[in-house]
Ligand binder design. Structure first.
Ligand SMILES: NC(=O)c1ccc[n+]([C@@H]2O[C@H](COP(=O)([O-])OP(=O)(O)OC[C@H]3O[C@@H](n4cnc5c(N)ncnc54)[C@H](OP(=O)(O)O)[C@@H]3O)[C@@H](O)[C@H]2O)c1
Length: 444
């Protein structure tokens, strides 16, 4: 680290501990004291008692994986990151989006079950999280960013965003949408980039008809919002009855509830046009497909879906039991291109490990080995700054067109603090698979 870098790091730590009142600990890895640091400590000694930091400088709070902790995560103190290289920003984090992949220990379902305990052991002590929104603390010259800019972005795997200060590569960060709070911007990152890349890779065009399965979750509800904002003709969502109104409020044209306590009033799937209540009965996956068939026939004028985003199907037995892909595709609800080309337009975002191998082969070689009509999408973080900038443009454009509030803002189910209890609660909720919208960890 260069001397001036250290000096600026000292100013930064002191500013944070004094102005933001953040507690920090003594740490053996702390940088050597600088002149500015020494002056800062002297100044602090004279400060009134109430404004003194509860921890010494040069350390920060971070949530790390720990197999012995509740939900496998705990908040500890760590040395802050060193001065950023030419190609990164140092960002003071205000909020972090929490994603299922964080709760599943970064590797998620990409490894076979017998290897996952080994992976978790290797992860112990690693900072969790990908997504963040915050304020630039240090920026390299000519980077397009300045100290004080509000930004949102993602850190590379195994680097971790659940911390007070993080380094974010320039190719994975963009200016925060002005119309969103830090919590909303942080919640937008991974699911927003997923939806943006997925729509682009699968040739989405305005006027298309989309089916979103798992439409109330982190990815699903943003898929509904973004597809409508980008001009989808019709978006149909599948979720629980309890979340049907929420998915409609995100912009879905129709919602099919899959579960037992279905209280949605829907039209008779026999085609008779009668209204029927399907409450008090178990709505089987077949009933879901029947209802989708009716929607295609009556609401979409017989046009099958151009694209399906299935955010539920995964290697997890709880999800696989619904067999959405087999049922939806065998019912002929997904369009087959007229020219015989394979559109790979039934897209899942979860899979058994073999799917991730095929996705990796496609990423590295460009060869698509997925079976006809289907594909597993895998988010690509490097270079996602352009996707983030596009998301910011959509959010702010929508906000200015609608007088301030954007309909593309992510819905936040809960905002939790960066404490061991807060992050464990976020992970517990994500493991339940019942989160409506997003969970955010706020760094105060
Ligand atoms: N491949 C990639 O690049 C990529 C990117 C992002 C995410 N992912 C993965 O995609 C999955 C979804 O992510 P997420 O952030 O959307 O998860 P999430 O927010 O945890 O999803 C929870 C939602 O799933 C819905 N759900 C659960 N079972 C359902 C069912 N049988 N039918 C319909 N909806 C159901 C729930 O809705 P109800 O409560 O209404 O049932 C809940 O709202 C995760 O496994 C994640 O790891 C992969």
């Amino acid at each position: 680290m260069r001397g001036d870098d250290r000096a600026r790091g000292g100013v930064s730590a002191i500013f944070h501990s004094q102005v933001c009142g953040t507690a920090v600990n003594n740490n053996s890895n702390q940088p050597a004291p600088t002149l500015v640091g020494i002056i800062g400590r002297f100044t602090r000694r004279r400060a009134p008692r109430a404004s003194r930091p509860s921890r010494p400088p040069f350390a920060m709070r971070a949530a790390v994986y720990d197999r012995t902790a509740v939900e496998g995560v705990r908040v500890v103190t760590r040395p802050p990151p060193t001065a950023p290289a030419r190609d990164a920003l140092l960002v003071r984090v205000r909020a972090c989006g929490v994603n299922p992949v964080d709760a599943k220990g970064v590797v998620g379902d990409k490894l076979p079950a017998f290897l996952r305990p080994l992976a978790r052991r290797a992860l112990d002590g690693t900072i969790a999280g990908f997504d963040l929104s915050g304020v630039v603390d240090r920026a390299p010259p000519n980077s397009g960013f300045a100290v004080g800019d509000e930004v949102f972005g993602a850190v590379p795997p195994f680097r971790g965003s659940f911390a007070e200060l993080v380094r974010v590569p320039l190719h994975q960060v963009a200016k925060k949408p002005a119309s969103l709070s830090h919590a909303q911007a942080a919640a937008l990152v991974l699911p927003g980039v997923t939806v943006t890349q997925l729509l682009d890779q699968h040739g989405f065009e305005p006027g298309q008809r989309l089916l979103i399965i798992g439409a109330s979750g982190g990815v699903g509800h943003l898929a509904v919002k973004l597809a409508k904002a980008r001009g989808a003709k019709s978006v149909v969502g599948v979720c629980s009855a309890a979340n049907a109104a929420f998915v409609r409020s995100c912009g879905a044209d129709a919602v099919v509830a899959y579960d037992a306590e279905c209280s949605e009033t829907t039209r008779d799937s026999s085609g008779g046009g009668k209204e029927r209540e399907i409450g008090n009965e178990t709505t089987t996956p077949d009933a879901v497909v029947d209802e989708l068939r009716r929607i295609v026939r009556e609401d979409l004028g017989g046009h099958a879906f151009d694209l399906v985003l299935d955010a539920v199907t995964s290697g997890d037995a709880r999800d696989a039991g619904f067999e959405y892909e087999r049922r939806v595709r065998s019912a002929g609800l997904v369009k087959t291109p007229a020219n015989g080309a394979d559109a790979h337009n039934y897209v899942t975002i979860g899979s058994r490990p073999v799917g991730w191998v095929l996705a990796a082969i496609k990423r590295v070689t460009g060869v698509n080995l997925f079976a006809r009509g289907r594909e597993l999408f895998w988010i690509r973080f490097p270079g996602c700054a352009s996707d983030l900038a596009e998301l910011a443009r959509v959010c702010d454009g929508d906000a200015s067109a609608s007088g301030g509030r954007t309909s593309v803002a992510p819905a936040i189910e809960a905002t939790l603090p960066l404490t061991s209890e807060g992050v464990a609660e976020a992970f517990r909720r994500l493991h339940s698979r019942r989160v409506r919208g997003k969970i955010v960890v706020e760094v105060t």
